[in-house]
Design a protein around this ligand. Sequence first.
Ligand code: FRU
Length: 477
Amino acid sequence: MHIFNQGKYKSLHAQEVGELEAVAQQVAQDNDFRPRYHLAPPTGLLNDPNGLIFDGEKYHIFYQWFPYGAMHGMKHWQHFMTRDFQHFQQGDLLIPDELFESHGCYSGGAILWQDQIVAFYTGNTRRAGDNQRVPHQNIALFDKDGTLLSKRCLIDQAPEGYTEHVRDPKPFITAEGKIRFVVGAQRHDLTGTALLYEMDDLNSPPRLLGELAVEGFDNRHVFMWECPDLFQLEGEDVFVWSPQGKAREERRFQNNYHATYALGKLVGNRLEAKQIEELDYGFDFYAPQTVQHAEGILLGWVGLPDLTYPTDRYQWHSMLTLPRRLSLQEGKIYQQPIAQIGQLQAVELGEKFATIAGLDTAYLDIPVENQCLDLKFFDNAEGQHLALRYEKGVLTLDRTHTAQSEKMAEFGTVRHCEIANLTSLAIFFDRSVVEIFCNQGEKVFTSRFFIADRQNSVRSATPLTIKVGQVQGIALA
Ligand code: FRU
């Protein structure tokens, strides 16, 4: 075992007495923004969901975690287990302590193999001397109780023709019983792609099958594909990934990076896509992954690389989305949140300020029926609020009048989504995050927003009757 401790590359094995408690005390100073029913890091920074798997009884949810502060430092895999997405128990973490992961345990997925959970992940390393990044693809074995059994390296360099940016293996088991994994990569000409590997069994070496081609995807300007995930949904083949570098448009690709899906038929290494679309239109959504052995449940990171948030000063950063159940309708992916909602009450809204107890942890069911919508939430004494509008076939989320870091505002303060026929909205507020599901999940907006000392208020430019219920908080043991 190695105890890494070099600047921000400091593992949990190197923590000093009281060090994490001191960070936790800073987190506890945040009275405004910590979520109640989204998984957020106890301290430090969370990013991608990892190793999502249903073991036959429980779900295992891992996530990228830097424990010591709100920055991208040494990445660990935090680990929780749950049967109901309500009660969570801690499992063993992946802590970097081998040379093949000296600079962090990066993202990956998991499969069940002979009753054990096999997590595939990228060991980030940097070569002594020139600090050159060298990606390793590794596995870690866990039993179903969440105990880490062993880990080892499968591949200790990038393959010929690709740069050092090869990462995020997501494994699955083929119909023939072989193990395959898809991994994000950058070609030597600095364009993004994904590679497919195959293993006859867990003890055989991985063979490179080649690139996964996604027909119909416009790869112009795209320099890297992160977090690939290949799976089946209702008999269709689906590829979900996070391409980096697409040119921004007014109503699509509005963030620095974004998450996309392609749906169609996989023929050999080629996905003949019938539909390619972004998975989310909000300000903060990235690196989603589906749960292995549980058809069509997806979680994403409510965040994006390079973003800072006002809560960074409390030394915590980001959270996971609610789990979402995926389904197909008319050849498109629909996403429906999994949450426990209490009794619904009807509330009348109008131009005058309505106060709704518990609004900032509530679920709202809003009938739209194609009418214009102009809503303002959470007024505070400084004149801040979050706005949501629907007009001329476009839904707009506007956080102009909320607290933002410079990085948040860099890509504009509104997000749009074209939706010609908007019949309903389901909104989930959780203190500094909102997930908005349009038309039963046809389109989704996931976003952070920061309004301190807010009132639980709503104003609507038109009279409207909505239904409101409290969302059950989650419990970590
Ligand atoms: C995506 C990502 C992955 C990488 C991980 C590191 O957010 O950059 O490609 O494995 O984060 O934390």
